[in-house]
Design a protein around this ligand. Structure first.
Ligand code: FES
Length: 110
């Protein structure tokens, strides 16, 4: 286990994710929620470069759980925060499972 209980990476500087959602705002929102919940010492929200999974964005990854999310919309952030980041339960409908046919929802399809 590292410095943080939960470490979240949001792809903010690749070629496609930033064109598929306001990912800078996603980072601000999640940081704000962590601060409100007084989890800033336990939960770290970082901007990240490309995950080399372009086209499935906006993407984010939660460690140490190694849970990848794809097609994340602003309206999904509260659920990810409450269920996964606070509650430890990944949001299954948004999980990215490369190579698993039919497992991934089309980005932006809500
Ligand atoms: S731009 Fe986000 S995975 Fe490549």
């Amino acid at each position: 286990m590292g410095q943080y209980r939960t470490h979240v990476f949001v792809c903010t500087s690749g070629d496609t994710c930033p064109t598929q959602g306001d990912v800078e705002q996603y980072v601000k929102y999640l940081r704000g929620e962590a601060a409100k919940a007084k989890l800033h010492a336990d939960v770290r929200i970082n901007k990240a470069g490309c995950f080399s999974q372009c086209g499935w964005g906006p993407m984010m990854v939660v460690y140490p759980d190694d849970v990848w999310y794809c097609g994340v919309q602003a309206s999904d952030l509260q659920e990810i925060f409450d269920s996964h980041i606070v509650g430890g339960k990944p949001v299954e409908r948004l999980r990215y499972r490369p190579g698993v046919k039919g497992a991934n929802k089309k980005p932006g399809a809500h």
